[in-house]
Ligand binder design. Sequence first.
Ligand SMILES: [Mg+2]
Length: 382
Amino acid sequence: MARFHLFRKALQSDVRKRTTLSSLAPSRSRSFSQLSSPSQQRPSFGIAFDIDGVILLGDSPVGGSPAALRRLYDSAGSLRIPFVFLTNGGGFPEAKRASELSQILGLNISSSQVLQGHSPFRQLVSRFENEFVVAAGKGEPAAVMSEYGFKNVLSIDEYASCFEHIDPLASYKKWTTENVKVNESTPRNDVLSKRVQAAFIVSDPVDWSRDIQVLCDILTTGGLPGRNIGPQPHLYFANDDLEYQTAFPSERLGMGAFRIALESIFNSIHSQPLKYTSFGKPNPSVFQNAEIVLQQLVPRFHNDVDAINHNNTQHFKTLYMIGDNPAVDIRGARQTGHPWFSILTKTGVFKGKENHDKFPADLVVNTVEEAVDYILTKECCS
Ligand SMILES: [Mg+2]
């Protein structure tokens, strides 16, 4: 209840501030130009934006996101407030996603500002660099893994295409699985005899029936479909989101739903329960990593290279997480604690009027534009 009052108070003061914003406009822009000066103190705050339901709905901007993000750059288009996109989504290498976002939003976004659900898979390269692994999900899951440094990876499309009759429903599916070409560096005979050491669910799986079938084959046989039961290879999920928001009015089933389906089926046909590791928000390690990335973004536009060379000890007073999903974005920021401050928007998964019962945010706003307005008013003009 106390938290609710705080949230209402914050909102009320936000409304008061916004009503006077237009009259303060000249002094506000003066504050910003001072902030972007290299001699100015480094910013004491940073921002992490969720993408789906906050910045975009499907491929279209939502909540005034282009205008809101533009305020974080100076008139020359250089970044002046450190911010990252912290999404559980993915399917494409960070550089490609950054270029897509730049185009949709009309801004200059660098790949280091894009933290996706599968970005932590990088940390597993040393363990699986030369091992045979399979990558599943929409987009270019194998390209993502190759970019991270995995040297022996096939997409589940490529992998399944090597096994005749592995998908009994394949002939009823007329989409892109027809002309899949296997990566030439991995001959077909190798695929049929080499054990898969790990499966990575990089992004939302497209063909659930085929993927559940093939993953059960891999995971029950020690990595060789059609063979006897064997020890379960490793299984990693980029996130565990049950639902997420697209342009459709109600939420869509996400990777967490796929995990439940796979786990339930695997446990019904196998004597040992499924073992797996999930990454992504709300895991606090994702937020801690975002803080490190935000710290690294600061010196770049303050010409403060020394800060990187000396184990950057700059700590932010406040880091703002702006998200639409209470169970993922808000819960994660709350679990991580200081210096995270959570802001919930109403443009995505959350459709309540005030605050979420189970995972209440520090502040609830209608749109990302309101969230950025609140932050800049608080940080630069108060
Ligand atoms: Mg979202």
